[in-house]
Design a protein around this ligand. Sequence first.
Ligand code: CA
Ligand code: CA
Length: 295
Amino acid sequence: MKTSVILNTPACLLVLLGVMAVSCTKDATPDSLLKADQPAASDVAAAADVSISAINSNLSVNWDNYAHGVTYTSSNAATDFGNISSWVNNRAMISNGNLRITLLKNALSGAGGVIGNIDVSDGSAYEMDYDIRFHSQFDWSRGGKVGFGFSVGDGNTGGDPGWDGNGGSLRLMWYQTDAGRVFFQPYIYYKDQPGQYGDTFGKSYPSSGSITRGTTYHVHMYIKSNTGSNTDGHVQIVINGTVVLDRAIRWTTNDSKRLIRNVTFHTFRGGSQSYWQSTTDGYIYYDNLVVHKIQ
Ligand SMILES: [Ca+2]
Ligand SMILES: [Ca+2]
């Protein structure tokens, strides 16, 4: 994943060419001149680390610096997020200072949306905020994964439960019941999850009634690692000021996997059955992302 990001980035190709040029020069240069060349070579390497594969502790992105209607490319994403995997250029656009993600019709999971993982500085406590809005014509279908979240250790998702104690993840879903109620719900993988798929803890936002298209919702998340095999970690989800989930949790039991490693950006329909699909393309808007490493 990292390799593809690097190779797709024109700036890095330039850096690679630069490194090649330096080493060619070095090969033909008498030892007495090598010392003068070396600082230039290390400067090039340092610049590559910062511009291509930044591992950030804090993020603040409002997309206001992009023109309306432009594609939000993998290199834009790398500039704003740092080291992010699996960007899909033709499903990401700037719309009036928002990031707009397209969910393709008749498709599920990564085939129809975006599944990006942002490698952030490993930490034991993080918080984030962002705004999210569904397009005025959005087809809810059954639901999907949505928004930014966090992964712990191995970052379990996708029906791979955290039972082995090596990882977990904190994400949101939107979900529509058979009766037509639509809401956000927690979707959490962790050591003590009761079933194979993510735990909702029976919580939703709103607790009754539905979310609506064209409305901006503000999401706040807080995550804290547990220590050892103790249930002394924490998870909190607050939407529009309403506490949806706030509890102690045991993410992992393998202490070497206890830290928060990535910010997730998973936006897609699914579920695996075809009734999660839609017959129309759908748009979800994001704005005002702030991620903060607490410790
Ligand atoms: Ca904005
Ligand atoms: Ca990391």
